[in-house]
Design a binder for this molecule. Structure first.
Ligand code: SR1
Length: 338
């Protein structure tokens, strides 16, 4: 049985709904001796989101005196699985898997768990209940953004959708989009685009330009990943369609805030956690598990709706100011370490 805590609050002039939830605890075997060694196995590390996430993880590791080794597969899924095997051979006290595909990562996660090494998995399904699973509330990331889209469009109009299947958070957000479409038959998905490569925003911008030219009645783009959102925004701007098309995105960074608050930007809303906080919580979960502490096996990090209007009204220009305006995006009390 999961415990859920939902807090409604007013933030930056917009209603931000924050969710934190915790599943049952996983009892780990034994505590580590000496400095804790953690291996961080990343599928992707480029782009604002992934860089902020890693910076938060590294800050937390430094604060706890953890020896953290970082592996980055740069989108090569076979290499990510090999990275985990390499890390496992070095005898870490815990392993964090950040993103990845179930086909490649579930078997190697099982190897680690069978060897008694705790596994924390962020945004990747290992299909093993011994894993400590972390996610941002993807239901809210999609749900709050789409609520805004429906309110702004009256639930009517052509929509361009940006999505790539196989990434756990995008698949969870996609499930919400399917529900919203079913509940709002006036919203028509005229095209689906998307790419996850080493230049996502540029690729999505090119795809979006072609799609928008082929579908001249589009009123909204649903692009729930900030690299997608930036690409869609660029396309709308290059086509001069800012007065016709709004972009609804996900994630936040200082660079994203600059794009959203630029004059006449079509990116009107995003829903996000603080990526640095998510990285930090992932490290705390791994540390506690390595120390033999009980850690919930499901942790859902809070997110907030952040509108362009609220950013402009609040004069928010960077992540530091956003953190001050929406303190609930920091969760120091989630898995505190004495
Ligand atoms: C390719 S998956 C990208 C997403 O992962 C994290 O959940 C971020 O929120 C980002 O949108």
């Amino acid at each position: 049985m999961e415990r859920n805590l939902r807090i409604g609050m007013v933030a930056l002039g917009a209603i931000a709904l924050v969710t934190a939830s915790i599943g049952p605890v996983v009892a780990q075997d034994e505590g580590a001796e000496g400095p804790v060694e953690i291996a961080l196995i990343r599928q992707l590390a480029e782009g604002d989101y992934f860089q902020l996430w890693q910076a938060g993880a590294e800050r937390q590791a430094d604060a706890l005196g953890i020896d953290m080794t970082i592996y980055n597969a740069s989108g090569d899924n076979a290499r990510q699985a090999l990275d985990l095997e390499t890390a496992l051979n070095a005898g870490p006290d815990a392993i964090i898997i950040d993103h990845g595909f179930v086909e490649t990562m579930a078997p190697v996660a099982k190897m680690a768990l069978d060897a008694g090494v705790p596994v924390v998995a962020f945004d990747v399904d290992t299909q093993d209940e011994r894993t400590i699973q972390l996610e941002q509330s993807d239901a809210d990331i999609a749900g709050l953004g789409l609520e805004q889209l429906v309110a702004d469009t009256g639930g009517e109009g052509d929509v361009l959708y940006v999505y790539v299947a196989g990434f756990a958070p995008l698949d969870r957000r996609n499930a919400v989009w399917e529900e919203v479409k079913a509940a709002n038959p006036g919203l028509v998905e005229v095209a689906q685009i998307g790419a996850v490569n080493d230049s996502i925003a540029v690729t999505v911008a090119d795809q979006a330009k072609a799609s928008l030219q082929a579908n001249p009645d589009v009123v909204a783009v649903f692009a729930p990943f900030d690299e997608f959102s930036k690409g869609a925004t660029l396309a709308v701007e290059e086509l001069g369609l800012q007065d016709q098309i709004r972009v609804y995105g996900a994630d936040i960074s200082t660079a994203d805030i600059a794009v959203m608050t630029a004059e006449n930007s079509p990116w009107v809303a995003t829903v996000a956690a603080d990526p640095g906080n998510v990285g930090a919580v992932s490290v705390r979960a791994a540390y506690l598990a390595a120390m033999g502490e009980e850690v919930p096996n499901k942790i859902v990090l809070p997110v907030a709706l952040i509108t362009q209007e609220a950013l402009l009204e609040g004069g928010v220009q960077n992540m530091e100011q956003l953190g001050a305006a929406v303190p609930a995006l920091q969760t120091p009390d989630l898995l505190p370490i004495e």
